[in-house]
Design a protein around this ligand. Structure first.
Ligand code: PEP
Ligand code: MN
Length: 344
């Protein structure tokens, strides 16, 4: 439910209105615009007396939000959400590139790739330690040891790290991870989403292989309903009848999700296509449709990668792409951040 307050309401009255809703178990999001203050009310509002609330002296209008996603809804939160990861901001005017190998394979591999992608301008390091593989016989990741190696690479480069969680029981192992990724296959693992809602770390939520945008937002809602509003949405391609590419990149998800939600949206062109030479053109397209960032797989020797080598860029290809998209990001009026290290 959305309450638009009358112009210049007395702060005391706003506070007591909000406290009243909090006492009744609702959470609120207050947006102060130039002329109006909007209060987004989240919770089961079905039985709230709209007429009574409308008649309160500081309330101008009351509207029910018809969509099932509430906290993630732009109507509740008209401004874009910006997520700050250790000074690396994602959203609004801040464009970030998350890069690194599909899987963490060894200390040299992940640290080398981390140094290379940092030098090219990536601001966050990715790398899977727990890998969701179609075959149980395929490399499953280095698990806790992989997380340790990622932390070593973080120490060596200063890049915050993004890595996937598959099992809620592993949450303690993720204590030093900067962004926890929920992969496409776990987008509707509701118990996992509920637990992540209780933590304060940003969550990178990837769209499921066969899920609608509304289902993606409902999964974000699970996390946000638990109190964690730091959700980054990621379009990584969906299943269609097309077989030339691994998935079909739904670029329309970017403008649509950004219209109906305030959360940042990034694109993963690597998993979307499964083909390394297609990553650059689709990364450029992602910038043009308004994405807030990219997630790109980079390997120091893609032909020897234990996972997803065919879609991985080598460091030179990644560097070329980064030089190319920099101007495009700036053309869109966004800041193409580089990793900044304090020189003293
Ligand atoms: C990944 O990012 O390593 C991954 C497995 O991606 P997705 O969940 O999109 O398939
Ligand atoms: Mn991968």
């Amino acid at each position: 439910m959305i309450l638009v307050l009358k112009q210049n309401p007395e702060q005391e009255k706003v506070d007591s209105l909000i406290n009243m809703f909090h006492e009744k178990g609702f959470s609120t999001n207050v947006s102060r615009g130039e002329s109006h203050t909007i209060v987004g009310l989240i919770g089961d509002t079905a039985h709230l007396p709209v007429d009574l609330i409308s008649s309160m002296d500081i309330v101008e209008s009351v509207t029910r939000v018809s969509e099932p996603f509430k906290a993630a809804n732009r109507k509740m939160h008209p401004d874009n959400t910006v997520i700050d990861v250790d000074g690396v901001k994602i959203g609004e005017g801040f464009f970030q590139v998350i890069a690194g190998p599909c899987s963490v394979e060894s200390e040299e591999q992940v640290t080398e790739v981390a140094q290379d992608v940092k030098a090219s301008g990536a601001t966050l390091l990715r790398g899977g330690a727990f890998k969701p593989r179609t075959s149980p016989y395929a490399f499953q990741g280095l698990h806790a040891d992989g997380l340790k190696l990622l932390l070593e690479a973080k120490k060596a480069t200063g890049l915050p790290i993004v890595t996937e969680i598959m099992n809620v029981n592993h949450l303690d192992l993720f204590a030093d991870v900067d962004i926890i990724q929920v992969g496409a296959r776990n987008m509707q693992n509701f118990d996992l989403l509920k637990e992540l809602g209780k933590c304060s770390k940003p969550i990178l939520l990837k769209r499921g292989l066969a899920n609608t945008m509304e289902e993606l937002l409902m999964s974000a809602e699970y996390i946000m309903a638990g109190g964690n509003s730091k959700v980054i949405l990621c379009e990584r391609g969906i299943r269609t009848f097309e077989t030339k590419t691994r998935n079909t990149l739904d670029l329309s998800a970017v403008p649509m999700l950004k219209k109906i939600s305030h959360l940042p949206v990034i694109i993963d062109p690597s998993h979307a296509t499964g083909i390394s030479w297609m990553v650059a053109p689709l990364a450029k397209a992602a910038v043009a449709v308004g994405a807030d960032g990219l997630m790109i797989e980079v390997h120091n020797n893609p032909s020897k990668a234990l996972c997803d080598g065919a879609q991985s860029l080598d460091p030179q290809q990644f560097d070329k792409l980064m030089q190319d998209i920099k101007g495009r990001v700036e053309f869109e009026g966004k800041t193409f951040a580089r990793h900044f290290e304090c020189p003293f």
